[in-house]
Design a protein around this ligand. Structure first.
Ligand code: PEP
Ligand code: MG
Length: 579
């Protein structure tokens, strides 16, 4: 038995068998000439590889489509259509007959040229297809080279997924029904993969450094998401203890649901708003189940990253509309695309930036692609008549940038007017405060924004110079750092001085230890992973605003995060002695 400590990414306990998923080695593709009289044989080799690939996809769809998510089924169906596409096959045949080179090499070349061309296409549907084409080609090439390829979408047994690093894209395609827990060498609590594990409610421990080296395929693993620990090959006693903890955890979570029907109001009558963060429209049901008063952050970029999803205006419109309709009178804040950093749009944003987190990301990316940006704004504006929509811009760094994005909103409105598409003229437009400079000039930005939402994940990353995906320095990412607290206070005060509300939608909003402090700082709205809502609400309902203000004043006078953490722990110990 061995115990490893990492970073708690998603709470809950999972017990199961390890499935070690190590990245595929990219195979070397040979290149050789084919004699003319062997060309028919070579073509038969191609046809049978396509047949095998097609049969593989079909078997997967037949055997497990009922267990897969909608995106996975659509992705596989797209692959099937491509494998059956006559035009695609004819193109390969023509090139093959012309060049008489081995078929894997011909496919590689054609697909390379095609994806290059498509990635610069003005049509977003075609751009989106590049990843599918590359994937289908890989499937066929692997068959030709007799390499067995495994995709996380193909999982058919319950597993604890053990990986070195899992990109948000991989997390999207995996068979979520079968992944009971996630164990990862890399990553930190605010990395986007961690955020997705919480959205999927899969217990996860990240930043373990050596997990893939220490765990054997099939080993029994316990994932304790809340404590950020895993146990490899537990003994009988440990297993019994965790089985008990698992049923207690399930009982507690159920008990807390009782709070969903009550308002988030302190004992002395101060009311705040509790909302949910979502990445997919499907999460709305979960948000409502946990009592969300609205959606405080819909990360719209995941619509673009999901496999097989072209992000055309109509599809965007339908997805946003679905969320608005489901939320009825409750406000829904949709954030415009925050692509870049660790969320790269395949074939448009290449992975060659030196500092992607400081690079072509969020509004910077959108402002340089006016058509893409305006398409999203039009889809949003058209939805504004369907509910209580608010739009929000990520990564605003200064006034000029804010004015630029607001000009885009006006242009998009003009385009809707011309097309006779109705929209709400007074739809609130807010910004994220997640760049230190924005926090420092919050008084200036507040004059032009209808609301603020504090993005502590990035504010901490940029304010403390700690890459949020790097487990080696994650100990430095301290939300209670006095510098971070001052950023928060400056921004909240600036919002209030201008008569606008301050929300917080970083992961800190769902941390129960931060709740009294954030209340005391005057935060108006907390937006978090839906499953964190009941506990945060319980703490708010059991606290008084007077005590919280005193706590915030004391914290602001502290000189280190350790002292503030101690203060908060003592406060929690005094007011919540039962833990
Ligand atoms: C943040 O930075 O705190 C935030 C909510 O945005 P994201 O995590 O998507 O960067
Ligand atoms: Mg952010």
């Amino acid at each position: 038995m061995e115990l490893l400590s990492g970073i708690s990414a998603s709470s809950g306990i999972a017990i199961g068998k390890a499935f070690l998923y190590l990245e595929d080695e990219v195979p070397e593709i040979p290149r050789y000439k084919i004699a003319k009289d062997h060309s028919e044989l070579e073509w038969d080799r191609f046809l049978s590889a396509v047949g095998e690939a097609r049969a593989e996809v079909k078997t997967l769809l037949d055997a497990s489509s009922h267990e897969m998510g909608k995106e996975q089924v659509e992705l596989l169906e797209t692959h099937l259509l491509m494998l059956e596409d006559e035009e695609f096959q004819n193109q390969i045949k023509e090139t093959f007959e012309d060049r008489l080179e081995n078929i894997e090499w011909v496919i590689r070349d054609i697909v390379h040229d095609l994806t290059q061309k498509l990635s610069f296409s003005p049509d977003s549907y075609l751009r989106e297809r590049t990843a599918d084409i590359a994937d289908v080609a890989r499937r066929v090439i692997y068959k030709l080279l007799s390499i067995r390829r495994f995709s996380l979408a193909d999982l058919v047994e319950d597993v604890i997924l053990v990986v070195h690093d899992l990109l948000p894209m991989d997390a999207l395609i995996m068979n979520k029904e079968r992944v009971k827990g996630i164990v990862m060498d890399m990553g930190s609590r605010t990395s986007h993969t961690a955020i997705l594990t919480r959205a999927f409610e899969i217990p996860a421990v990240l930043g373990l450094s050596r997990a893939t080296r220490l765990i054997n395929n099939g080993a029994q693993i316990i994932v304790d998401g809340a404590e950020g620990q895993i146990v490899i090959d537990p003994d009988a006693q440990t297993l019994k203890r965790y089985r008990g903890a698992l049923s207690r955890y399930q009982r507690n979570a159920k008990g807390l649901l009782h709070y969903t029907d009550y308002p988030a109001e302190t004992t002395d009558g101060h009311r705040v708003s509790l909302k949910a963060n979502i990445e997919f429209p499907e999460e709305v049901e979960q948000a409502l189940r946990y009592g969300a008063e609205g959606i405080g952050l819909y990360r719209s970029e995941f619509l673009f990253l999901s496999p097989g999803h072209p992000a055309e205006e109509e599809l965007q419109y339908q997805s946003y509309r679905r969320v608005l309709k489901a939320m009825g009178d409750r406000p829904v804040t949709i954030r415009t695309l925050d692509l870049g950093g660790d969320k790269l749009l395949p074939n448009i944003q290449d992975n060659d930036e030196k500092n992607p987190l400081l690079g072509w990301r969020a509004v910077r990316f959108c402002l340089s692609l006016p058509e893409l940006f305006k398409t999203q704004l039009r889809a949003l504006l058209r939805c504004s008549v369907e509910g209580q929509l608010r739009i929000m811009f990520p990564m605003i760094s200064g006034l000029g940038e804010l004015i630029d994005v607001l000009t885009f909103v006006e242009e998009a409105k003009e385009e809707c007017r011309k097309k006779g598409q109705p929209y709400k003229e007074d739809m609130p437009v807010g910004i994220m405060i997640e760049i230190p400079a924005a926090a420092m000039i919050a008084d200036i930005l507040a004059k032009k924004a209808d609301f603020f939402s504090l993005g502590t994940n990035d504010l901490i990353q940029y304010g403390l110079a700690v890459d949020r995906g790097n487990e080696k320095i994650s100990y430095l990412a301290q939300p209670f750092h006095p510098g971070v607290l001052r950023f928060l206070k400056t921004s909240i005060d600036a919002a209030h001085a201008q008569g606008i509300k301050a929300a917080l939608c970083g992961e800190l909003a769902g941390d129960p230890y931060a709740t009294p402090l954030l209340l005391g700082l005057g935060l108006d709205e907390f937006s978090m992973n839906a499953s964190a809502l009941p506990l945060v609400k319980k703490i708010i309902r059991d606290s008084s605003m007077e005590d919280c203000r005193a706590l915030a004043d004391a914290a602001l006078a502290c000189s280190s995060w350790q002292r503030i953490a101690l203060l908060t722990e003592e406060w929690m110990g005094e007011f919540f002695p039962d833990g």
